[in-house]
Design a protein around this ligand. Sequence first.
Ligand SMILES: [Zn+2]
Length: 55
Amino acid sequence: MPEYEFQCAKCGKQFSVEESIAEHEHHHKLKCPKCGSTKVERRFSPVFVKTSKKS
Ligand SMILES: [Zn+2]
């Protein structure tokens, strides 16, 4: 499953979203998981996913 990388324009939080979810959320606007801002930008960085999810 490909993932899209997003970065919050407000707090700078970076997060990745699965393609299916990203496509779905595209119509609803993604929210930053940290601050809840909808000002998120998709990042087209090469696949370099660090799976360090500490919540
Ligand atoms: Zn944020």
